[in-house]
Design a protein around this ligand. Sequence first.
Ligand code: CAA
Length: 709
Amino acid sequence: MIGERMSAVSYQVDGEVAVLTVDYPPVNTASLAVRTGLAETLERARGDEAVRAVVIMGGGKTFIAGADITEFGTDKSKASPSIQDIQNILEDFPKPVIAAIHGTALGGGLELALTCHARVAVASAKVGLPEVNLGILPGAGGTQRVPRLTGVDAAIDIMTTGKHISADKALEMGLIDAVVDDARTGAVAFARDVVASGRSFMPVTQRDDKITGVDPSVFARARATVGKKARGKIAPMAIIDCVEAACSSSAAQGLAFETEKFAELYASDQRPALMHYFFAEREARKVPGLKAVAKPIRSAAVIGAGTMGGGIAMVFANAGIPVTLADISDEALAKGMATIRKNYEISVSRGSMAQGKMDEALARISTAINYADFAQADIVVEAVFEKMDLKKDIFTRLDAVMKPGAILATNTSSLDIDQIAAVTERPEDVIGVHFFSPANVMKLQENIRGARTSDEVIATVMDLGKTLGKNVVLAGNCDGFIGNRMLQYYTGEAGFLMEQGATPEQIDRVAEKFGMPMGPISMRDMSGLDIGVLVRKERLKKLPPGERFSPILERLVEQGRCGMKTGKGFYRYEGRDKSPDPETTQIIEDVANELGIERRTFTDEEIEFRLFAPLVNEGAKEIEDGTALRAGDIDVAWVNGYGFPSHKGGPMFWGEQVGLDKIYDAAVAAAERNGPRWAPGKLLKRLAMEGKGGRTPEGARCHLHEKRR
Ligand code: CAA
């Protein structure tokens, strides 16, 4: 433990160079222990006459990964020395200090490095300022120093996206001074060279007191483009304000402005929501009580060369795993491969993928018609139509040919995993691995454990998610699992709202203002109304007596309106451009008349609550019955699978902030309107009665995390 060690930063002398190594696992955050250790060892180096230069590096797998988020809001974050105190020491240090970067230098870690006299990094290192993902901004001078090094456009891009930048790119941008083979030896050699040459370095903020010559229209343009992507996030806009300040005021004024903006963001509701989300994403990877470790996955197969299967094959190929794409005919495979190639070409043309990477990825995808051709794959993912009989047939055939120990996964979005597993002689190897469309873009991988799935198979697919660059959650086996089970209440309420007088446009506008990438009505049009009707046919069989779905969907499909693909659904389409359609209004009014529903107008607030509160109720029921392990897992599923705004923390965190008593009341009212399925669950009821929820105090955990009683 760190408290038992002398210091979180060790001091060694290599000839005339002092090497300060930060050792604070797991990611060497700039915690109080590290800041104290740096201040002490820098003082030692200052007084050590044998030392003529200093290297700061990270021990273990990384350089400093940023401020310690767990210290936010605690006395430790306010205690001296602060990151800024260390930066002041560094900028005035009488001997050259070189940052030696390996792993990642992120946030406050990179900002510390930017106040060293020079920075070197190994080729595999990444640097970045990901504070925006936590609802804050680089508050240790990043917004003022980065534009001075990289220029305004690149600085805005780096800080508003939070992306990681490779060492080569960082060198090109001026963020680092050299790429070296080994962090320690490279930095020590660099330091010796600096000493020998007598080179002097000026602190970044003193090189230009103010950034000049920037066309002011850059900021208006940046606000327009970044604003579109931000969907209500305030931190990206505050970052642009700070970069603008770097161009209009002195460095000292710019730094003071940054501090002011940081404080505003820190106090906003978005910061705790995004911090909750950060930890939820990491916790979701952990499955308590698993008695096995993950196996390596070195090869894969995907059955079904349609949009979903092709996307999944790309996910494996992009992660460096050879994959066989299988379908029933050469035509289907050729069509699937053409779509894959086209998708890669689009990435290359947009500059998000290098041609060489595309060629490598394509070379990893082979095709097959016979199952025997991929029998040796470590995992096979079935991604065909949502028809139980078809899936059973495929799993019977897989069981016959796949090597012992291969994982047999289904990409079903709602079907019963146990029924599929039951046709095999190895139900312990069967699991749901549900990707979201388009699989090569959407970040969620919802894994579904069947009743007999082995711990080893669960551990392996959870681990695989990280390799594939996905955010994982583990769900229990029920209709729709974590995400789609909740979705039916969201889209269901949208249907009822239309019957009662809300227009499709108003519903979509409210959802999009809330932060969803697309409203529920447009989402239906895009995924195909006919598909929605098919899924509902199955669900209708299970509806309790007295419950119904709004029949608007079926009426539209009867009129040939299947959504965007047929040029009309709820909306009318010219390509992707949509407009309201009076025919839809008529269909909705007819349905309302037939059902004797009195129509009225709705406020945006009413619509927002009617759409989102049922998600929280159903999510709480999932925690209650074990479908979701934790409230945070539901948040991870909804942020990554459905685009729920991360700055609201996910539906469960949002529900807590609104107040569980209000969510409870909404569920009681929904049950009166729509039937017993909408009634509050036991967990929600108990927490609401106990007065839980409302604005969560700093550092408090989501009450919905509490286990069932
Ligand atoms: N503070 C506290 N804990 C952190 C942390 C941080 N900044 N970054 C990571 N951790 C913890 C994680 O919660 C996780 O803990 P558990 O093992 O208990 O779950 C552990 O470190 C390992 O993290 P990952 O599982 O994410 O490990 P990884 O190897 O996949 O990724 C990483 C490593 C790239 C550093 C990633 O953790 C990451 O991106 N961290 C966030 C970095 C960040 O946001 N820095 C900016 C902080 S804010 C700031 O610096 C403000 C400022 O301007 C002064």
